[in-house]
Design a protein around this ligand. Structure first.
Ligand code: G16
Length: 549
């Protein structure tokens, strides 16, 4: 029987999804990501792998087709593990092997997986939940995944166009037998909207907080999906939508969206430039969120993932104090976190901070060590995770009779806030509702939020090189190991700049090296960035135009 099953797999692979690309593809920060035209066979094979993974875990596995913040001609695939995490790291080696093996060796790799993972029953039909973003290439790539799932004997459940975090949510709902929520889009919206409305109550405005927001959907799935939310929230939060051209407009992430706003530190196209209005942007698959506004002088002010993280961590700390519950709270960041934010969290908020490598998979992993773990990348990708024991404690405490009215109130607030949060992965829509809840409760406008601390000027540059793997790093990507001499040069340059900080790492989603710099003034920060980028260009094999001096 196994042999029959696998014969279909190989015939399909040869006939319909032959490996057309000679070079290897690497499993990066968020799965495989490259030009969409090079991905057909990779998708088919990820369909196969998802079924094998589901058999090993005896659970539902998710496959999301998206290239998130990348330009429209790119695409990619992320595998979602049973509890909503990104594919376990020990399986990335299988993903890489199965994606890169030649057609005639596919059989061997599959046999190796079956053997090494001890898969005995190849005849069950595990469910594989499949979702895609709005890219024009996504439907045919989704078909390739589904064909892979069917060939391996799995049962594909096609959710069509959904956000990445929605797909993670569906996987967890299914694997918890609906304890986490209904595994439908309606169930997702209902859960978030109900919790949001409960916390907000009937006072829609409070102090300096007003309940209107301008929302940039990046011309992607985040625009399509927020429409349902907007209707459900009618009145309690007014969302004015912009950049909601969807499929095939070529405008996905173009001059708009969270990645553009954060990395260019600019107001996006398509939104009215009204001063002092609270605006937010999501990215191409709606798992990142940043806030910003223009002041009276049209100066741009950004509230990035660090500002969101500190707002949330500070607020949860206050609420916890009000409840009297003893739960440990921690925050996880990456090297991209602004130095001022880390100072503020440790010194002012007195919340412990951990630093890990880029990629939500690393942050999530670390955050689950705390009773309540807040994690955010500076680019706006993050969420909050609660240990089951912490949730039980909060709920059980609420049932006891010895709470003061303040304690009871704060505990109930916390219970509802947990339901606003999509704990499975960073979720721009749920994060937005959480930020709005906190600002509303505090009665803050966006300037009051901004005032918590002042970011050190920072810059993110890209350097294109022949082969980005020549750069390897250590210490949560804060130091380069290779090429030889690069780190010494970086240290030498950085030492000339007050409050200077810099690191260089290969991107896991684009074919570039990233250069991050921070310094006391904007001019110095820009200068530092260019100086380092030049050295990187020279020592790491730069191609194309050298960075401008
Ligand atoms: C992905 C990852 C993020 C990461 C970003 C950039 O985001 O999920 O964790 O920060 O790529 O990664 P890199 O610098 O390695 O290219 P997204 O939103 O594109 O999926």
């Amino acid at each position: 029987n196994n042999n029959n099953r696998c014969r279909t797999v190989y015939a399909f692979a040869r006939e319909m999804y032959p490996k057309t690309v000679k070079g290897d593809i690497a499993y990066g920060t968020a799965g495989f990501r490259t030009r969409a035209i090079d991905l057909d066979y990779v998708m088919y094979r990820m369909g196969l792998l998802a079924v094998l993974r589901a058999r090993v875990k005896r659970a539902v596995i998710g496959v999301m087709i998206t290239a998130s913040h990348n330009p429209e001609p790119d695409n990619g695939v992320k595998l979602v593990d049973p509890m909503g995490e990104m594919l376990e790291q020990s399986w990335e080696k299988w993903a890489t092997k199965i994606a890169n093996v030649t057609d005639d060796k596919l059989e061997h790799v599959i046999n190796d997986i079956i053997k090494e993972c001890g898969i005995e029953n190849m005849n069950d039909r595990p469910e594989i939940v499949v979702g895609k973003d709005t890219r024009p290439s996504s439907p045919s790539l989704a078909k390739a995944v589904i064909d892979g799932v069917l060939a391996m004997g799995g049962k594909p459940i096609d959710y069509g166009i959904v956000t990445t975090p929605q797909l993670h949510y569906f996987v967890v709902c299914k694997n918890t037998h609906r304890a986490y929520g209904e595994p439908t889009e309606e169930g997702y919206y209902r859960k978030l909207i109900t919790a949001f409305k409960k916390v907000r109550g009937n006072e829609f405005n409070n102090g300096n907080y007003t309940n209107s927001i301008m929302y940039d959907g990046a011309n992607g799935v985040g625009a399509k999906k927020v429409k349902y939310l907007k209707e459900g929230l009618a009145g309690s939060l007014n969302i004015a939508m912009y950049n909601d051209e969807i499929i095939g407009s070529g405008k996905l992430n173009y001059l708009c969206g969270a990645d553009f706003v954060k990395s260019q530190q600019k107001f996006p196209t398509g939104l009215p430039q009204t001063p002092n209005l609270r605006c937010c942007s999501v990215d191409g698959d709606a798992d990142r969120l940043v806030y910003y506004y223009l002041d009276e002088n049209k100066k741009f002010h950004l509230m990035d993932g660090d500002k969101i993280a500190t707002l949330i961590a500070g607020y949860l700390k206050e609420i916890l104090e009000k409840t009297g519950l003893k739960l440990n709270l921690g925050l996880v960041q990456t090297a991209y976190a602004n130095g001022a934010s880390t100072d503020y969290i440790t010194k002012e908020l007195k919340v412990p901070v951990a630093c890990v490598a880029t990629g939500v998979k690393h942050l999530h992993h670390k955050a689950v060590e705390y009773d309540i773990g807040v994690y955010f990348e500076a680019n706006g990708h993050g969420t909050v995770v609660f240990k089951q024991s912490a949730k039980d404690k909060i709920k059980n405490t609420y049932q006891t009779n010895n709470l003061s009215p303040e304690q009871k109130d704060a505990t109930l607030r916390l219970i509802n806030i947990i339901d606003i949060i999509n704990e499975t992965v960073g979720d721009a829509i749920s994060d937005m509702l959480l930020v709005e809840t906190i600002l509303h409760d505090k009665g803050w406008d966006i300037r009051q939020w901004e005032a918590a601390y002042t970011d050190l000027p920072n810059k993110l540059l890209k350097v294109t090189v022949q082969d980005r793997t020549v750069v390897t790093t250590t210490d949560a990507e804060r130091k380069c190991v290779t090429p030889k001499g690069l780190q010494e040069e970086i240290d030498r340059i950085v030492s000339k700049y007050p409050k200077g900080r810099c690191f260089v790492r290969p991107s896991g989603t684009e074919d570039v090296l990233r250069v991050y710099t921070e310094a006391a003034t904007k001019e110095e920060c820009d200068k530092l960035g260019i100086e380092v980028a030049k050295v990187v260009y020279d020592l790491a094999g730069g191609i194309g135009n050298p960075p401008l001096v």
